[in-house]
Design a protein. Structure first.
Length: 382
């Protein structure tokens, strides 16, 4: 088992209506902020929930929401130039992965002197980061608690992994009321992706007792949120259970390591701008079946925690039932169950597989794999 090193950072605040305290928390880091805003928050009329607490506390801020292309090097260069010209004290990143990741990179590079491309090609920032407050609008954020951030190279649309300083995110403010912007299908895909994150963390070669504890509890909470609690004594609303489970899964993946579904998800998203949640949800049952051949007992443990099999069912039978349950949930919501349903030829997907195979996180998967192994996996899911 991997060595265990625990640092308490960032501060994490979870709860309904905690967003109303954003101005209070921001004041601890300065009075002039750049707000990286996911455009979807304006479209669904929830942007005011983030901006009003700042106005009430008389915090000076401006909004940057030109991030429709994702965390590309072009977006980062434009945003970084604007941030430096404005002499801000900190950054508030609000929304999904695009906003959070742009905020992380801007925070890391604000005081740096070299070009953005130097860092995505391997250089590591050496200066202090700018204070960053993350306000996720989803139940999970894969890299928010990690020093590694996926960035899309605008020169060729390949995914790269940018390394930040440790503890870039000073505060993670999670309000379950902000996650109510997804469609039912998007919600289902994201919950399944979150379940996959917890599974990847649990099966990774870098798993520890700490990540195991978080993964197991995350799976249990996600089960309660989706299928109801086993006891009337548990009265926590489903949206709060999802927020708690998503936070635990996100910390678990940072304490352990992402798996092949996540790596393929960010690589395919970079090339074709397809939802990472949808890609991961499609790959998830195939990952369960594959992992069940060499980590049978651990996969069966998660199947029991997710309450899809009775206690007397163990081993391969539990693994198969777990995988079929995920497929059933996808089918019930009319979501794709095969990669071919995404409309991308497998020949083009092979380019994304090559990108994923170049990432350093390949060494921390649940088993040793090469790019060829990833492509074999993709063919099975296609």
């Amino acid at each position: 088992m991997a060595d265990f090193i625990f640092r308490i950072s960032p501060n994490i605040v979870i709860g309904s209506y905690t967003l109303s305290r954003l101005g209070q928390f921001a004041r601890e880091h300065g009075s002039k902020f750049m707000v990286i805003m996911d455009p979807i928050l304006k479209e669904v009329n929830t942007a005011h929930k983030i901006l009003e607490p700042l106005t009430d506390r008389k915090i000076d801020f401006f909004v940057y929401d030109e991030i429709a292309d994702g965390t590309t090097t072009s977006v980062i260069e434009r945003a970084l130039s604007l941030a430096r010209q404005s002499h801000i004290h900190g950054i508030i990143a609000a929304g999904g992965g695009k906003a959070i990741h742009v905020g992380q990179v801007l925070s890391a590079l604000y005081h740096e002197n070299h070009a953005v491309y130097d860092y995505i090609d391997g250089a590591v920032p050496t200066t202090a980061s700018l204070p960053l407050i993350c306000v996720p609008s989803t139940i999970r954020e894969i890299f928010m608690y990690s020093p590694f951030v996926p960035v899309i190279d605008s020169r060729n649309n390949a995914v790269k992994v940018f390394r930040t300083q440790s503890s870039v995110c000073r505060l993670s403010l999670i309000d379950p009321n902000l996650t109510a912007t997804l469609t039912e299908n998007q919600h289902t895909a994201m919950v399944l992706e979150t379940l996959c994150l917890a599974t990847e963390a649990y099966l990774s070669q870098r798993a520890s007792f700490f990540s195991d504890m978080l993964s197991e509890k995350a799976v249990e909470l996600l089960s309660y949120a989706l299928d109801g609690t086993p006891s009337l004594e548990i009265v926590t609303p489903a949206e709060e259970l999802l927020a708690h489970g998503g936070c635990m899964a996100s910390i678990a993946i940072a304490a352990s390591a992402p798996g092949m579904c996540t790596l393929l998800g960010i690589a395919i998203n970079a090339r074709f701008r397809i939802s990472i949640s949808l890609i991961t949800a499609i790959l998830f049952p195939h990952f369960i079946e594959d992992a069940g051949t060499y980590k049978t007992n651990r996969v069966a443990t998660l199947a029991h925690l997710f309450r899809v099999v009775p206690r007397e069912v163990t081993g391969i039978e539990a693994v198969k039932t777990f995988a079929e349950n995920i497929r059933h949930r996808l089918g019930k919501m009319n979501l794709p169950v095969r990669l071919k349903d995404l409309g991308v030829p497998i020949e083009q997907l092979s380019r994304a597989v090559e990108d994923a195979g170049q990432l350093h996180m390949m060494s921390s998967l649940s088993k040793s794999m090469t790019s060829d192994d990833l492509f074999t996996f993709i063919k099975q899911a296609y």
